[in-house]
Write a protein that binds this ligand. Structure first.
Ligand SMILES: Nc1ncnc2c1ncn2[C@@H]1O[C@H](COP(=O)(O)OP(=O)(O)OP(=O)(O)O)[C@@H](O)[C@H]1O
Ligand SMILES: [Mg+2]
Length: 275
Protein backbone atom coordinates (compact mmCIF):
# COMPACT_ATOMS: atom_id res chain seq x y z
CA UNK A 1 0.00 0.00 0.00
CA UNK A 2 1.13 3.47 -0.80
CA UNK A 3 2.36 5.19 2.30
CA UNK A 4 1.29 8.79 2.26
CA UNK A 5 3.80 11.00 3.92
CA UNK A 6 2.40 12.78 6.95
CA UNK A 7 5.69 14.59 7.54
CA UNK A 8 5.54 18.37 7.91
CA UNK A 9 7.15 20.45 5.24
CA UNK A 10 10.46 22.10 6.04
CA UNK A 11 8.94 25.54 5.51
CA UNK A 12 6.14 24.79 7.97
CA UNK A 13 8.61 23.50 10.54
CA UNK A 14 10.80 26.56 10.09
CA UNK A 15 7.89 28.96 10.44
CA UNK A 16 6.47 27.32 13.53
CA UNK A 17 9.71 26.56 15.40
CA UNK A 18 10.31 28.59 18.57
CA UNK A 19 12.19 31.76 17.64
CA UNK A 20 15.85 31.51 18.46
CA UNK A 21 17.79 34.70 19.05
CA UNK A 22 21.35 35.39 18.08
CA UNK A 23 23.12 37.59 20.54
CA UNK A 24 25.41 40.04 18.81
CA UNK A 25 27.95 42.21 20.56
CA UNK A 26 27.45 45.95 20.11
CA UNK A 27 29.55 46.83 17.04
CA UNK A 28 32.78 48.65 17.83
CA UNK A 29 32.82 47.56 21.49
CA UNK A 30 34.45 44.78 23.51
CA UNK A 31 32.43 44.53 26.71
CA UNK A 32 28.86 45.59 27.39
CA UNK A 33 27.89 46.38 30.97
CA UNK A 34 24.22 47.06 31.74
CA UNK A 35 23.38 49.27 34.72
CA UNK A 36 20.00 48.22 35.94
CA UNK A 37 17.50 48.50 38.75
CA UNK A 38 13.98 47.29 38.97
CA UNK A 39 12.90 50.50 40.72
CA UNK A 40 13.13 54.03 39.33
CA UNK A 41 15.08 56.91 40.79
CA UNK A 42 17.65 54.88 42.74
CA UNK A 43 20.63 56.47 40.98
CA UNK A 44 21.28 54.25 37.93
CA UNK A 45 22.12 57.11 35.57
CA UNK A 46 24.36 58.79 38.14
CA UNK A 47 26.09 55.47 38.72
CA UNK A 48 26.41 54.72 34.98
CA UNK A 49 28.01 58.11 34.22
CA UNK A 50 30.44 57.92 37.15
CA UNK A 51 31.35 54.30 36.45
CA UNK A 52 32.06 55.17 32.81
CA UNK A 53 34.33 58.04 33.84
CA UNK A 54 36.03 55.81 36.43
CA UNK A 55 36.81 53.25 33.73
CA UNK A 56 38.14 56.08 31.57
CA UNK A 57 40.24 57.12 34.57
CA UNK A 58 41.70 53.59 34.52
CA UNK A 59 42.74 54.29 30.89
CA UNK A 60 40.04 52.36 29.06
CA UNK A 61 38.17 53.58 26.00
CA UNK A 62 34.59 53.94 27.17
CA UNK A 63 31.15 54.79 25.85
CA UNK A 64 27.77 55.37 27.49
CA UNK A 65 24.58 54.26 25.80
CA UNK A 66 21.48 55.80 27.35
CA UNK A 67 18.89 53.06 26.81
CA UNK A 68 16.20 54.96 28.69
CA UNK A 69 13.99 55.95 25.76
CA UNK A 70 11.15 57.45 27.83
CA UNK A 71 13.37 59.30 30.32
CA UNK A 72 16.84 59.95 28.87
CA UNK A 73 19.31 61.47 31.38
CA UNK A 74 22.55 61.58 29.41
CA UNK A 75 22.10 65.00 27.76
CA UNK A 76 21.79 66.60 31.23
CA UNK A 77 24.36 64.44 33.03
CA UNK A 78 27.06 65.02 30.38
CA UNK A 79 25.93 68.52 29.37
CA UNK A 80 25.32 67.60 25.73
CA UNK A 81 23.09 69.87 23.69
CA UNK A 82 24.11 68.97 20.15
CA UNK A 83 22.71 66.50 17.66
CA UNK A 84 24.79 63.52 16.53
CA UNK A 85 26.02 63.65 12.94
CA UNK A 86 25.28 61.08 10.28
CA UNK A 87 27.82 60.99 7.46
CA UNK A 88 25.91 58.50 5.29
CA UNK A 89 22.33 59.10 6.40
CA UNK A 90 22.20 55.58 7.90
CA UNK A 91 24.54 55.51 10.87
CA UNK A 92 25.07 57.90 13.77
CA UNK A 93 28.36 59.17 15.14
CA UNK A 94 28.40 59.22 18.95
CA UNK A 95 29.09 62.52 20.68
CA UNK A 96 32.30 62.60 22.68
CA UNK A 97 32.33 64.39 26.03
CA UNK A 98 35.06 64.19 28.71
CA UNK A 99 36.74 61.54 26.54
CA UNK A 100 33.66 59.27 26.61
CA UNK A 101 31.54 58.42 23.53
CA UNK A 102 27.84 59.05 24.22
CA UNK A 103 24.51 58.26 22.58
CA UNK A 104 20.98 59.00 23.79
CA UNK A 105 17.52 59.43 22.28
CA UNK A 106 17.68 62.77 24.11
CA UNK A 107 20.23 64.00 21.53
CA UNK A 108 17.69 63.45 18.76
CA UNK A 109 14.50 64.91 20.18
CA UNK A 110 13.59 68.19 21.75
CA UNK A 111 14.02 68.31 25.56
CA UNK A 112 10.35 68.99 26.18
CA UNK A 113 9.03 66.36 23.75
CA UNK A 114 7.65 63.31 25.56
CA UNK A 115 8.39 59.98 23.90
CA UNK A 116 4.91 58.50 23.48
CA UNK A 117 5.95 55.23 21.88
CA UNK A 118 4.70 51.68 21.97
CA UNK A 119 7.03 48.78 22.78
CA UNK A 120 8.02 47.84 19.20
CA UNK A 121 9.27 51.37 18.54
CA UNK A 122 11.36 51.26 21.69
CA UNK A 123 12.82 47.95 20.53
CA UNK A 124 13.62 49.43 17.16
CA UNK A 125 15.32 52.47 18.75
CA UNK A 126 17.46 50.14 20.88
CA UNK A 127 18.43 48.17 17.78
CA UNK A 128 19.46 51.39 16.01
CA UNK A 129 21.59 52.40 18.99
CA UNK A 130 23.33 49.05 19.16
CA UNK A 131 23.75 48.39 15.43
CA UNK A 132 23.84 51.76 13.70
CA UNK A 133 26.03 53.83 15.99
CA UNK A 134 29.67 54.11 15.00
CA UNK A 135 31.14 53.29 18.41
CA UNK A 136 34.87 53.63 17.90
CA UNK A 137 36.94 50.79 19.31
CA UNK A 138 35.55 50.82 22.86
CA UNK A 139 36.83 48.58 25.65
CA UNK A 140 33.63 49.09 27.64
CA UNK A 141 30.19 50.34 26.77
CA UNK A 142 28.14 51.21 29.85
CA UNK A 143 24.41 50.95 29.19
CA UNK A 144 22.12 53.04 31.37
CA UNK A 145 18.91 51.00 31.45
CA UNK A 146 15.42 52.30 32.16
CA UNK A 147 13.86 51.08 35.43
CA UNK A 148 11.93 47.84 35.48
CA UNK A 149 11.84 44.62 33.53
CA UNK A 150 10.27 45.69 30.23
CA UNK A 151 10.88 45.80 26.47
CA UNK A 152 14.34 47.35 26.64
CA UNK A 153 15.65 44.74 29.11
CA UNK A 154 14.18 41.96 27.00
CA UNK A 155 15.69 43.29 23.76
CA UNK A 156 19.10 43.53 25.40
CA UNK A 157 18.87 40.11 26.97
CA UNK A 158 17.68 38.33 23.83
CA UNK A 159 19.48 40.08 21.01
CA UNK A 160 22.58 41.72 22.41
CA UNK A 161 25.57 40.11 24.04
CA UNK A 162 25.52 41.65 27.50
CA UNK A 163 28.71 40.67 29.32
CA UNK A 164 27.54 41.72 32.75
CA UNK A 165 24.81 43.55 34.63
CA UNK A 166 25.18 45.70 37.72
CA UNK A 167 22.07 46.16 39.85
CA UNK A 168 21.80 49.44 41.70
CA UNK A 169 19.42 49.83 44.62
CA UNK A 170 18.70 51.97 47.61
CA UNK A 171 18.47 50.07 50.91
CA UNK A 172 14.80 50.52 51.91
CA UNK A 173 12.61 47.43 51.91
CA UNK A 174 10.28 48.61 49.18
CA UNK A 175 13.26 48.85 46.79
CA UNK A 176 14.73 45.51 47.86
CA UNK A 177 11.67 43.56 46.72
CA UNK A 178 12.35 44.91 43.24
CA UNK A 179 16.03 43.97 43.41
CA UNK A 180 15.03 40.34 43.85
CA UNK A 181 12.91 40.64 40.69
CA UNK A 182 15.89 42.16 38.87
CA UNK A 183 18.23 39.36 39.98
CA UNK A 184 15.72 36.73 38.89
CA UNK A 185 15.24 38.41 35.52
CA UNK A 186 18.96 38.43 34.67
CA UNK A 187 19.42 34.88 35.96
CA UNK A 188 16.51 33.73 33.83
CA UNK A 189 17.84 35.53 30.76
CA UNK A 190 21.32 34.14 31.46
CA UNK A 191 23.00 37.52 31.77
CA UNK A 192 25.83 37.34 34.32
CA UNK A 193 25.36 39.69 37.27
CA UNK A 194 28.65 41.44 38.11
CA UNK A 195 27.31 42.60 41.43
CA UNK A 196 24.98 44.80 43.47
CA UNK A 197 25.50 48.40 44.57
CA UNK A 198 23.93 50.06 47.60
CA UNK A 199 23.31 53.69 46.59
CA UNK A 200 22.13 56.47 48.96
CA UNK A 201 23.37 54.05 51.56
CA UNK A 202 23.61 56.53 54.45
CA UNK A 203 24.12 60.22 55.13
CA UNK A 204 27.15 61.42 57.05
CA UNK A 205 27.28 64.88 58.64
CA UNK A 206 30.41 67.07 58.62
CA UNK A 207 30.93 65.92 62.23
CA UNK A 208 31.02 62.29 61.07
CA UNK A 209 27.61 61.25 62.44
CA UNK A 210 25.96 58.67 60.20
CA UNK A 211 22.24 58.38 59.50
CA UNK A 212 20.88 55.27 57.80
CA UNK A 213 18.01 57.14 56.20
CA UNK A 214 16.74 54.24 54.09
CA UNK A 215 17.75 51.43 56.47
CA UNK A 216 20.94 49.48 56.70
CA UNK A 217 22.65 46.54 55.04
CA UNK A 218 19.70 45.31 52.96
CA UNK A 219 21.46 45.24 49.59
CA UNK A 220 24.50 43.50 51.03
CA UNK A 221 22.26 40.86 52.65
CA UNK A 222 20.54 40.25 49.32
CA UNK A 223 23.93 39.84 47.61
CA UNK A 224 24.77 37.12 50.12
CA UNK A 225 21.39 35.46 49.82
CA UNK A 226 21.63 35.19 46.03
CA UNK A 227 25.38 34.59 45.99
CA UNK A 228 26.22 37.76 44.05
CA UNK A 229 29.16 40.07 44.62
CA UNK A 230 28.52 43.17 46.74
CA UNK A 231 30.31 45.98 44.90
CA UNK A 232 30.01 48.76 47.48
CA UNK A 233 28.08 51.47 49.30
CA UNK A 234 27.67 54.98 47.95
CA UNK A 235 26.43 57.46 50.57
CA UNK A 236 23.98 60.29 49.96
CA UNK A 237 26.24 63.13 48.96
CA UNK A 238 25.42 66.65 47.90
CA UNK A 239 28.52 67.06 45.68
CA UNK A 240 27.50 63.98 43.69
CA UNK A 241 24.05 65.43 43.07
CA UNK A 242 25.34 68.93 42.24
CA UNK A 243 27.91 67.52 39.79
CA UNK A 244 25.18 65.46 38.08
CA UNK A 245 22.92 68.50 37.80
CA UNK A 246 25.80 70.59 36.44
CA UNK A 247 26.52 68.14 33.66
CA UNK A 248 29.96 67.04 34.82
CA UNK A 249 29.99 63.76 36.79
CA UNK A 250 31.85 63.99 40.10
CA UNK A 251 34.55 61.49 39.06
CA UNK A 252 35.43 63.84 36.17
CA UNK A 253 35.02 67.02 38.23
CA UNK A 254 37.19 65.75 41.09
CA UNK A 255 38.63 62.22 40.92
CA UNK A 256 40.16 62.68 44.39
CA UNK A 257 36.79 63.27 46.11
CA UNK A 258 35.97 60.54 48.67
CA UNK A 259 32.86 59.59 46.68
CA UNK A 260 34.83 59.46 43.40
CA UNK A 261 37.23 57.04 45.07
CA UNK A 262 34.32 54.70 45.82
CA UNK A 263 33.31 54.73 42.13
CA UNK A 264 36.90 54.12 41.02
CA UNK A 265 37.16 51.18 43.48
CA UNK A 266 33.98 49.70 41.99
CA UNK A 267 35.41 50.23 38.47
CA UNK A 268 38.51 48.26 39.53
CA UNK A 269 36.27 45.38 40.65
CA UNK A 270 34.46 45.53 37.29
CA UNK A 271 37.83 45.58 35.48
CA UNK A 272 38.85 42.43 37.39
CA UNK A 273 35.76 40.61 36.14
CA UNK A 274 36.93 41.05 32.54
CA UNK A 275 40.66 41.57 32.31
N1 LIG B 1 24.32 58.89 46.24
C1 LIG B 1 23.63 59.96 45.90
N2 LIG B 1 23.66 61.08 46.65
C2 LIG B 1 22.96 62.19 46.31
N3 LIG B 1 22.17 62.27 45.24
C3 LIG B 1 22.11 61.19 44.43
C4 LIG B 1 22.83 59.97 44.71
N4 LIG B 1 22.57 59.09 43.73
C5 LIG B 1 21.72 59.71 42.88
N5 LIG B 1 21.45 60.97 43.30
C6 LIG B 1 20.52 61.95 42.70
O1 LIG B 1 19.23 61.34 42.71
C7 LIG B 1 18.51 61.69 41.53
C8 LIG B 1 18.08 60.42 40.79
O2 LIG B 1 19.23 59.77 40.29
P1 LIG B 1 19.28 59.11 38.85
O3 LIG B 1 18.64 59.98 37.85
O4 LIG B 1 20.68 58.70 38.65
O5 LIG B 1 18.35 57.83 39.13
P2 LIG B 1 17.82 56.75 38.10
O6 LIG B 1 17.76 55.46 38.83
O7 LIG B 1 18.61 56.80 36.85
O8 LIG B 1 16.37 57.28 37.80
P3 LIG B 1 15.35 56.74 36.64
O9 LIG B 1 14.82 55.45 37.15
O10 LIG B 1 14.34 57.81 36.55
O11 LIG B 1 16.17 56.55 35.39
C9 LIG B 1 19.45 62.60 40.72
O12 LIG B 1 19.15 63.92 41.01
C10 LIG B 1 20.84 62.27 41.24
O13 LIG B 1 21.74 63.37 41.15
MG1 LIG C 1 18.03 57.05 34.83
Amino acid sequence: MDKKSTGLSDTFKKNTAPKSFTKNPIKGTKFTIAISSAKGGVGKSTFAANLALSLKNLNYKVGILDADIYGPSLPKMMDINEKPKSEDGKSLTPIERYGVQCMSIGFLVDKETPMIWRGPMVTSAIKTFTQKVLWDNLDFIVVDMPPGTGDTQLTFAQEIKVDGAIIVSTPQEIALADVTRGINMFDKLKVPILGLVDNMSFFETDEGKKYNIFGEGGVEKLSKKYNKEFLGKIPINIDLRIAADNGKPLVEENPNHNISKIFIDIAKKVEKSFI
